[in-house]
Design a protein around this ligand. Structure first.
Ligand code: ADP
Length: 354
């Protein structure tokens, strides 16, 4: 590696500038960026400069050795006058994607190579594409059904059948509205953070939600109970977000339980001092392999059951974001056929826990 002072001075706009100081500043600036930068002398092919990221790549681990070879190829091409964009991927897992740009510099007597790591950008693009595809699919399906139902209704004379069709139209409309409401809820919770925090008694809040969910539990013939082991659970919280998180957990517990089953909502202080809100059911359980994916948007273990019970696949994403906004954590424990317990763990107002 060459010393930083040998960085070529570009242009003639700084005639008074001390070239050593200027090169040092430029070297520090290039060291501060996340792209790897290499400069090679075009006549000798020798390296003139590498920034800190490039030096790090030079000490490549086994999986990065391929990237170094791709960079050497790109530099060799450029030294031979072929300036083209090279791409390189490490298939991992995890997959990593790079793009290597080469450009002539210093009146074409040097070659500058910049290596960009596109991994995070590509991952974000994939998440955005999946999200748009999922939203479109979630809305397209009920809207398609609505069209067909309305068409059938228009040609149906039997009042009983007309009534049935009208009910189904109403149900599909609720479904579209629920997806949109959940999307709006999620986007608000993500973008706002917990901006409306106020002293909140979690026992009162849990009571409120349990009452609000009582008729859904009755309809599903599931017994819904609430147990508090302690008192004084008042924390600074965004009521609306916490209510939404608890309601989504209870809603799932009811939805994924069979008739004559039970759901228990608990509130207690965990051993580590954090406040624990738990929702336990005796329902169908979640397979081990799905546990780490259930918090993703639109991820469902059983697509058909979720749809049938009016699920949008967004409930647990809402829970996770709301809890994150309160510096908390969500844990899940489940056994297929035996039941599931979700736990929200929140630091107390006095800053302990976590
Ligand atoms: P949904 O609207 O489909 O319920 P969620 O994001 O709330 O979406 O949950 C994601 C998936 O996790 C559900 O589709 C379901 O497969 C699974 N799940 C969530 N809670 C439970 C539970 N208490 N018991 C069994 N499965 C559950």
């Amino acid at each position: 590696m060459m010393p930083e002072s040998s960085i070529p001075q570009t242009g003639s706009s700084l005639p008074e500038q001390d070239s050593g100081t200027y090169a040092q500043c430029l070297g520090s600036a290039l060291d501060a960026i996340s792209q790897a930068v290499f400069i090679h002398d075009r006549t000798s092919g020798e390296p003139i400069f590498e920034n800190a990221t490039a030096r790090d790549l030079g000490m490549a681990r086994h999986e990065e050795a391929g990237l170094m070879r791709a960079i050497e190829e790109a530099v060799a091409d450029a030294l031979g006058g072929r300036f083209k964009k090279h791409t390189f991927s490490i298939f991992g897992p995890p997959r990593r994607d790079f793009v290597i740009h080469t450009k002539p510099a210093r009146d074409a007597t040097a070659v500058v190579t910049v290596v960009e790591d596109l991994t995070v950008r590509n991952q974000l693009d994939a998440i955005r594409r999946d999200f748009v595809a999922n939203v479109s699919h979630e809305l397209r399906t009920p809207i398609g059904a609505l069209g067909l139902l309305a068409e059938t209704l228009a040609y149906e004379d039997d009042p009983a059948v007309r009534q049935r069709l009208a009910n189904r139209i109403q149900n599909e409309t609720f479904r579209v509205a629920k997806v949109i409401d959940d999307l709006l809820d999620l986007s608000r919770i993500e973008s706002e953070g917990a901006s409306h925090k106020e002293p909140t008694d979690l026992a009162d809040l849990c009571h409120e939600v349990v009452e609000q969910m009582a008729s859904a539990a009755d309809t599903a013939r599931v017994e819904l109970g609430f147990a508090i082991e302690d008192s004084g659970f008042v924390i600074e919280a965004d009521r609306r977000q916490m209510r939404s998180a608890i309601a989504n957990l209870i809603d799932n517990a009811i939805k994924y339980s069979d008739k004559d089953s039970w759901v228990r909502v608990g509130l207690r202080r965990a051993e580590d001092g954090r406040i624990e809100i738990s929702v336990a059911d005796h329902g169908i359980g979640i397979p081990q392999k799905d546990l780490e994916r259930i918090f993703e948007r639109f991820y469902r273990v059983d697509q058909a059951r979720s749809r049938q019970t009016g699920g949008t696949g967004l409930g647990l994403s809402i829970v996770r974001h709301a809890v994150n906004n309160h510096n908390g954590a969500v844990e899940v424990e489940s056994r297929e056929g035996a039941g599931t317990t979700f736990r929200i763990l929140l630091p107390s107002s006095d800053g302990d826990g976590q």
